[in-house]
Design a protein around this ligand. Sequence first.
Ligand SMILES: NC(=O)c1ccc[n+]([C@@H]2O[C@H](COP(=O)([O-])OP(=O)(O)OC[C@H]3O[C@@H](n4cnc5c(N)ncnc54)[C@H](O)[C@@H]3O)[C@@H](O)[C@H]2O)c1
Length: 93
Amino acid sequence: MKFIQVGVGGFGKTWMGLLNKHPDVDVVALVDISDQALSAACEAYGYPHSIGYRELSEALAATQADALICCTPPEFHRESVATALESGLHVIS
Ligand SMILES: NC(=O)c1ccc[n+]([C@@H]2O[C@H](COP(=O)([O-])OP(=O)(O)OC[C@H]3O[C@@H](n4cnc5c(N)ncnc54)[C@H](O)[C@@H]3O)[C@@H](O)[C@H]2O)c1
């Protein structure tokens, strides 16, 4: 499955580690409002910086993802989850 992960901060790193080593998962986009967090995440897991996005809408437009995993603080979950569901993605939150 192709995943977009939104939020690559503290707990997001735990999920990134799991997705990164799963043989059936392809991480096609990382989304975070922090350029620093995006950059650190790409470097930690060997992803090209080009898969990092500041906006979920951009990541959705640029990829053919199957699922989204939401690792932002709780007050930001609703927008990302609703947007992903409306785009036909499965969601883990
Ligand atoms: N830290 C833990 O041990 C832990 C354990 C269980 C669950 N969680 C859950 O994980 C979620 C994230 O917590 P955390 O500890 O990783 O927080 P964090 O603040 O360390 O990281 C959150 C990340 O989300 C980014 N972010 C914030 N708003 C955003 C938005 N609107 N769009 C995109 N990115 C955004 C931040 O820049 C940051 O990189 C929360 O729902 C928390 O309850 C955390």
